[in-house]
Design a protein around this ligand. Structure first.
Ligand SMILES: [Mn+2]
Length: 349
């Protein structure tokens, strides 16, 4: 169990950012059916975990500037025998220092009271339509009673300020991220050493997963992309079943996740294990672009400056290689480089 102080302080920080009259509703993730009675492995919603440290499905956190409430799965011996121990409302209340906690069955009775006479609803709208509809319906029903002096939010704001909070990593978070990156590097290096012509892409995927789990992470933070030969041109290639051929390059995009923090590393290497001169030349250009981008990552530098510099560099390279024609300025202006470089230099979510 992680120290709950950090979650208490994050909840307080959210409450400070809610103006009076504001109410935040944040849903935990729910189980998702894979087939018939089999579910995908549960993973908590990242925002919900960031604020609560709670790993159970279906909980709902409701915050105003001066009130904190959670609805959670009830203690239930039978259910717990099948699916695991639940914290229950009493433990959660204490653990997160909340004003009130309820069993989930109380949600529809209690929520209209919580939202009554609030003017702004903070909710990630558009992710789950049945939740959206329930919230809108509740607001609508209350607003029908305006003659009794009752009102409900008429404004919905996406609480992106939570993502702003998550962008600023604490020392503790950076330590976990570094650990995810360290484990990821071990997996990638082992993969490069062990891959041979004739192996299937999914065997390489298995090496990554094995390395990540053996080193104490949760495994891949997203589906491992292992793409050999022309498959590497599919950005989010998922099939991972082709045979590695002599002379091919393999592109691997994969990162280990630990405690909800994942690395995200892409590397490209020859199966052979030697680059051809042409492969080596292109590789060295991409590597130069990467090193330059990393050099530009200094405090205060806008993200888009780094992207723009990379686009310019690649446009020059593509012109030198005779793959694109015209002036570099025109190549950038017309977006011709996108045929070869269609994504951003990076992403932060
Ligand atoms: Mn990636």
């Amino acid at each position: 169990m992680v120290d709950s102080k950090i979650y208490i302080s994050r909840i307080q920080s959210v409450q400070k950012q809610l103006k009076s009259g504001g109410i935040l509703v944040l849903f935990a993730a729910s189980h998702v059916t894979r087939n018939r009675d089999v579910e995908y492995k549960f993973r908590q919603d990242s925002d919900f975990y960031y604020l609560t440290g709670i790993n159970e499905p279906d909980s709902i956190l409701v915050l105003t500037e001066d009130h904190s409430v959670m609805f959670c799965l009830p203690k239930d011996k039978d259910a717990e025998i099948w699916t695991g121990i639940r914290l229950g409302k009493n433990k959660i209340k204490k653990q997160l220092n909340l004003n009130e906690t309820f069993d989930l069955s109380e949600w529809k009775k209690e929520f209209p009271k919580l939202i009554l006479n609030k003017d702004t609803l903070y909710h990630f709208f558009g992710i789950n339509s049945s939740r959206d509809q329930y919230l809108l319906k509740t607001c609508h029903e209350i607003s029908q009673k305006v003659r009794d002096g009752k009102f409900a939010p008429e404004r919905i704001i996406q609480p992106y300020f939570i993502h702003e909070m998550r962008l600023n990593k604490s020392k503790e978070e950076i330590i976990i991220l570094e650990e995810s990156a360290r484990i990821t590097a071990i997996g990638h290096i082992r993969l490069m050493r062990e891959s041979l012509p004739g192996m299937r892409e999914y065997q390489l995927e298995a090496i990554l997963e094995d390395s990540y789990l053996s080193e104490g992470s949760w495994g891949g933070g997203y589906g491992h992309i292992v793409a050999s030969g022309k498959n590497a041109c599919i950005l989010h290639y998922v099939e991972n079943n082709a045979v590695l051929k002599k002379g091919d390059l393999v592109l691997v995009d994969s990162g280990a996740e630990k405690n909800y923090y994942t690395a995200d590393v892409t590397r490209c290497f020859p199966v052979d294990p030697k680059f051809t001169p042409a492969q080596s030349h292109i590789y060295s250009l991409v590597l130069a672009a990467q090193k330059n981008a990393i050099r530009m990552c200094v405090s205060g530098k806008p993200f888009y400056d780094i992207h723009d510099a990379t686009v310019r560099f690649f446009s020059e390279c593509l012109k030198d290689l005779n793959l694109l024609k015209g002036s570099v300025d025109k190549i950038i202006e017309k977006g011709d480089y996108k045929k070869f470089y269609m994504h951003m230099i990076g992403h932060f979510f």
